[in-house]
Design a protein around this ligand. Structure first.
Ligand SMILES: CC(C)(COP(=O)(O)OP(=O)(O)OC[C@H]1O[C@@H](n2cnc3c(N)ncnc32)[C@H](O)[C@@H]1OP(=O)(O)O)[C@@H](O)C(=O)NCCC(=O)NCCS
Length: 169
């Protein structure tokens, strides 16, 4: 196992671009979730990076403000871990660190498009069928996590399209 540290900071732009290209390959920017990032700004306070003992960027996660009607939330992603560090807990550690900070903020939920078996470990479940994204998405991959216990009821009642919300930055 390679040692790593999770830091509350943003990755250098070029190192981040290299990591994302390596983890996702081409086609990343064509995804529906990308429509919520265009014209939006990530909230850098929730950026987290994983750095190996020799100082290299091995993982990164970021969050973008969105809303369903007036309820403020966040879009998680991209989450990427360098291929040579996958399967060592880096992805879950990045999520846990960021979500702990998000749980005590005004953002009532976090949403993402991804695989339930992976993200349910971090508290995500399949979003209600009443929630949609601005583009096609497999409903079983549209996942949502209420930020705190008191947000669970609110999230269960959410209905409408998830829209980008750069005004919440
Ligand atoms: C998906 C990704 C972020 C996971 O990060 P990671 O650091 O390798 O994951 P962790 O070490 O925290 O967790 C590993 C566990 O999750 C499982 N897992 C990984 N990807 C999974 C997936 N897509 N679906 C279900 N389980 C998955 C592994 O099998 C492993 O299970 P185990 O603990 O029972 O052995 C990483 O593999 C990655 O960057 N992939 C390419 C980019 C990508 O697909 N990002 C997510 C977009 S939704």
């Amino acid at each position: 196992m390679t040692q790593f540290n999770i830091l509350a900071q943003s990755a250098a732009p070029q190192a981040l671009a290299d990591l994302l290209n390596m983890a996702f390959g081409p086609g990343r920017l064509a995804r529906t979730a990308e429509r919520l990032r265009e014209g939006n700004h990530r909230i850098t306070a929730y950026d987290r990076v994983a750095i190996s003992g020799d100082g290299r960027l091995k993982g990164a996660i970021s969050f973008w403000p969105v809303r369903v009607h007036q309820t403020a939330g966040l879009l998680l992603g991209p989450l990427a871990v360098h291929p040579d560090m996958q399967g060592q807990g880096v992805g879950q550690a990045l999520m846990q660190d960021a979500l702990a900070a998000i749980d005590v903020t005004r953002f009532a939920f976090t949403v993402l498009v991804g695989d339930l078996p992976y993200y349910q470990k971090a508290g995500f479940g399949v979003a209600s069928a009443a929630i949609s994204l601005p583009g096609p998405v497999d409903p079983q991959r549209l996942l949502l996590r209420p930020s705190a216990a008191q947000d669970a009821t609110l999230c269960a009642e959410l209905a409408g399209m998830v829209r980008r919300a750069p005004e919440l930055c």
